[in-house]
Each structure stands twice: as structure tokens, then as C-alpha cells.
Design a protein around this ligand. Structure first.
Ligand SMILES: Cc1cc2nc3c(=O)[nH]c(=O)nc-3n(C[C@H](O)[C@H](O)[C@H](O)COP(=O)(O)OP(=O)(O)OC[C@H]3O[C@@H](n4cnc5c(N)ncnc54)[C@H](O)[C@@H]3O)c2cc1C
Length: 454
């Protein structure tokens, strides 16, 4: 290779970081280093689902990547309309079917290690993975137009250099902490406090209960139980419980939620049309804990009999205090930017957090990889990314909250209209595409004059 255009450090090799690495590696004059805190990618477990819009972005990574991913998906790829979720009114002894959610394409489900494995296997030699490297902090030149490198420091005491740093390091992002401190130093005192308040994730008022039930165990007791075949939502006032089969039918994945009504209402406040979070001082420091079967079932003991049959087969579970990242004032500063949960960890009710990380990754790679982007214009490219992505993922975060309210009868919608309301709120995931934003991004990169530089 002739001298590289620039060296990009990606902090975090999760869904967003690895998608970004694969997308950016389509530009061979860019050197990529991925710094991942985990010792190996096998440490990252659990399942992940993607709607049509997000999967179509993955298809842009190339036919090889797509075919490889499809080998591991428990659903077939289609753009036909299919039934994806059945929802029931379950806060009564015998539940009733409320509606069936129909979408263009299945929810594509993967086991996370498989997903990571596919992306890792498609990285070229211009990309180096560094495991067991947890970023502690960075320093970048104060004048972002100067070309001197950004210095990275890791918790093991080692250091590294890069031209551009991308924080894909998840909800507790170290890059976000440093970047927001830098940003706060650059603004008027009145804005500083709000910026600094966005560093720490906040508890959303939502608690998640998770368990895996062996399908054999449920089948032995209730051979025709619907949870063995279908994605079901058992909905009640302030709580809901969902199940779907995973690992090609070996397990029934169970997730229950309780939502504190007053807290959920205050996650985002309208402020002159701009969604603004208001959650100061409300935290739940216990992020994850272990549960016995009895503890798992307790919050859901009044749900319908059909759900109780699944609970009989629960052996143990985990409890999660669901945290979110406030809507940030910016995703970039100088030659540093955030993507994925580092920028917008959101409520899980639309199954779209990973999908949004994938969209961030592809659009960011498009603006940085464009031949018009040079080291001098990187801050402008990152501002274009921010301009096109931040309003979109902030809207998705609000939609995720609304889906949570729909599923717990907290939204002001009569039951007979709930199906339509939910479908309308969710249909962006299968009726829209990232392509318009990508086109706009390229246009803006080629005509940089209309975008403010840092
Ligand atoms: C229980 C649960 C279920 C979910 N299900 C879905 C779903 O079905 N569909 C969906 O779209 N979304 C889902 N989400 C959301 C989704 O998991 C996240 O939005 C997505 O993983 C975000 O990807 P990311 O790459 O930004 O962050 P992560 O996947 O969290 O990756 C961050 C990476 O950074 C590494 N890291 C952290 N700190 C450092 C550091 N200082 N230095 C270096 N590396 C670091 C971590 O080890 C990790 O590998 C779910 C979330 C939860 C909690």
C-alpha cells in the first residue's frame, strides 16, 4: 500500500465496532485497529434479532458476508409480509388474543458469537484486532485541524496512537466520558452541566427478567404449547412477558419486563420540540443479578395460565436494571466520534439497538471512506454523520419507549386499536431503508460547505 490516508482506532469490537471495521475495510488506504476489552469474542453471549432495514445494511457488506450470516440465522430471508409476533391480553386467568403483528420480512435472529465470528472472518489484513485492551482515556490535539495524532491509554498501562478514534465501546463507554468532558470544556458555562450529566447511563425505570427454558422440558409437560413455535407477547398493565424459540428450537427464550410508570414517563421531556432527558439522581446501581425460579416468576404470578405453564419450567434466571444513555448533545468532537450503544443505548422494546449500531457503522464508514475525506476534513465528515444519524436514532429511542408503553397498556390507546398503533410505530423497521441518508451523506461530503466544522 502507498502511504495510508489515515489510521482509525475502533474502541470496542461488539456489533457496531465490528460492522464498522468490515464496512471501513472496503477502503484499502485506511489502516484499522480494533481495541476490544474482552480476552476473546466467545465471552460475549446471548441472542440478537434484526429487522429488515438493519439486515439490508448488512447485505451491503457483500454477498459473502450475507450468505455466511444466513447460515446461522434461525429465520429465512424474505421480503414478503409474514406474521412475526402474536400479542395477548394476559392480565387475567384465561388470556385472549389481541392481535398479530405482520411485518415485511422476518426478525432475523442470531446467536451473538456466530454473528461476531462471521464479521471477524471477513476482516482483511488492513485491520488488526487487539484483544484484552480496555481503553482508559485518550487525548487529542486541542486544535482539531492540526494533524498530530490522538494518544490512547489502556488500563494495562500500554498506549497507542491513531488519527481518528471511534468509540464503539457500549453503554459504559470510556470514549463517551472523555469526549463529553472535552465538549463541556468548549461550551458556555450554562451548557456544561447538561453535557456532563450525559456521561453516566441512567436507569430507565425498567427491570428485565431473563431465562432460557429447555424446549424439551416444556414439550414434555405441554406438547402443544404455542411458545414452542411462536413469538408471543403476554401483555398486562405495567408488566409484560415475551417468549420465542431460539437455537433452532432447542430453547424457549423468556424475557419479562416490569415498568415503573412514573419513571418511564420522565425519560424524555419535550423541550421546544427537542426530546430532552430528565433523569438526574434516579439510578439503580445493580445492573445484573441472579434469580431463583421463584424470584423470576414472582412479578408475573398474575399473568394468564398459558404463561404460568412456561414458568413451571423455568429453572433459574437473571435480573437486569435496564439503563439508557440520554439523548446526547453531539456524537463527535474533533476527530473522535461515538457509535452504537456508546451514543444511544435505548430501551429494548423495539429490538433495534443493534440495528441502529449497524446503521451508524455503515454511514460512518461511508463518510470517512469517501475519497473526498482527508485528515483535514475528518471533523466535517464526523459532523455529517452526526447530522444524519442523531435525529434518527433519537427518534428510534422514543419509539422504543412508546412500544414499551403499548405493551404494558400505559399508552393512551384503546385495546382494539393497539395492534394498529403498535404496527404504525414499528413499521419503519421494515418499510424504510438507510439509502436516503447514505445518498445525502455522500452529497454533503462532496459539498462540505453547508456543514459546520467542529
Ligand atoms: C438483553 C438484551 C437483548 C437485546 N436484544 C436486542 C435485539 O434483539 N435486537 C437489537 O437490535 N438489539 C438488542 N439489544 C441491544 C443491543 O444488544 C445493543 O444495542 C448492541 O449490542 C449495541 O452494540 P454496540 O456494538 O454498540 O455495543 P456492545 O455490543 O455492547 O459492544 C461494546 C463492546 O465494547 C467493548 N468495550 C467496552 N468498554 C470498552 C473499553 N473501555 N475498551 C475497549 N473495549 C470496550 C465490550 O467488551 C464490547 O465488546 C439487546 C440488549 C440487551 C441488553
Amino acid at each position: 500500500m502507498n502511504s495510508p490516508r489515515f489510521r482509525v482506532a475502533i474502541c470496542g469490537g461488539g456489533v457496531g465496532g465490528l460492522t464498522f471495521a468490515v464496512a471501513l475495510s472496503q477502503y484499502p488506504d485506511i489502516i484499522i485497529d480494533v481495541y476490544e476489552a474482552a480476552r476473546s469474542f466467545q465471552e460475549i453471549g446471548a441472542g440478537i434479532g434484526m429487522f429488515t432495514r438493519a439486515f439490508k445494511v448488512l447485505q451491503k457488506l457483500g454477498a459473502d458476508v450475507e450468505q455466511h450470516l444466513l447460515q446461522y440465522s434461525s429465520s429465512e430471508w424474505t421480503e414478503e409480509f409474514v406474521s412475526i409476533i402474536k400479542s395477548r391480553k394476559s392480565d387475567q386467568p384465561i388470556g385472549t388474543e389481541l392481535f398479530e403483528l405482520t411485518a415485511k420480512g422476518h426478525l432475523m435472529r442470531f446467536h451473538r458469537p456466530h454473528f461476531h465470528g462471521v464479521l471477524l472472518s471477513h476482516l482483511p489484513s488492513t485491520c488488526t484486532i487487539h484483544n484484552a485492551k480496555r481503553l482508559k482515556s485518550y487525548t487529542q490535539p486541542t486544535d482539531c485541524s492540526r494533524n498530530s495524532p490522538i494518544a490512547l491509554t489502556f488500563t494495562d498501562g500500554s498506549t497507542a496512537m491513531c488519527d481518528i478514534l471511534i468509540g464503539a465501546d457500549g453503554i459504559k463507554s470510556a470514549v463517551r466520558t472523555c469526549m463529553l468532558r472535552e465538549l463541556a470544556e468548549s461550551v458556555e458555562p450554562g451548557e456544561k452541566e447538561f453535557i456532563l450529566s450525559c456521561i453516566k447511563p441512567v436507569w430507565s425505570g425498567v427491570t428485565a427478567y431473563r431465562a432460557l427454558v429447555p424446549a424439551e422440558k416444556l414439550r414434555a409437560c405441554y406438547p402443544d404449547h404455542r411458545a414452542l413455535r411462536e413469538h408471543i407477547q403476554y401483555m398486562g398493565r405495567d408488566i409484560y412477558f415475551l417468549t420465542y424459540p431460539i437455537s433452532r428450537g432447542k430453547y424457549v427464550n423468556c424475557v419479562g419486563y416490569t415498568l415503573q410508570r412514573d419513571l418511564l414517563e420522565t425519560i424524555y421531556e419535550a423541550d421546544g420540540g427537542t426530546p430532552r432527558p430528565s433523569f438526574e439522581g434516579k439510578t439503580n446501581n445493580e445492573w445484573v443479578g441472579e434469580l431463583t425460579a421463584e424470584q423470576f416468576v414472582e412479578p408475573f404470578k398474575d399473568l394468564e395460565e398459558d404463561a404460568q405453564r412456561i414458568f413451571e419450567c423455568v429453572e433459574r434466571g437473571t435480573i437486569w436494571a435496564v439503563h439508557i444513555v440520554k439523548i446526547l448533545p453531539s456524537t463527535n468532537f474533533g476527530r473522535v466520534a461515538l457509535l452504537g450503544d456508546a451514543a444511544h443505548a435505548m430501551l429494548p422494546f423495539q429490538g433495534s439497538g443493534a440495528g441502529q449500531s449497524i446503521e451508524d457503522a455503515y454511514l460512518l464508514a461511508t463518510v470517512l471512506g469517501h475519497k473526498a475525506t482527508t485528515l483535514e476534513t475528518v471533523p466535517r465528515a464526523l459532523a455529517i454523520y452526526d447530522k444524519l444519524r442523531r435525529p434518527f436514532f433519537s427518534d428510534v429511542a422514543l419509539r422504543a419507549r412508546l412500544t414499551g408503553q403499548h405493551c404494558t397498556f400505559q399508552a393512551d390507546v384503546p385495546l382494539h386499536e393497539l395492534g394498529d398503533a403498535m404496527s404504525k410505530n414499528w413499521e419503519w423497521t421494515w418499510l424504510t431503508e438507510l439509502d436516503d441518508a447514505l445518498e445525502e451523506a455522500v452529497k454533503l461530503v462532496e459539498d462540505g460547505s453547508s456543514v459546520i466544522i467542529c
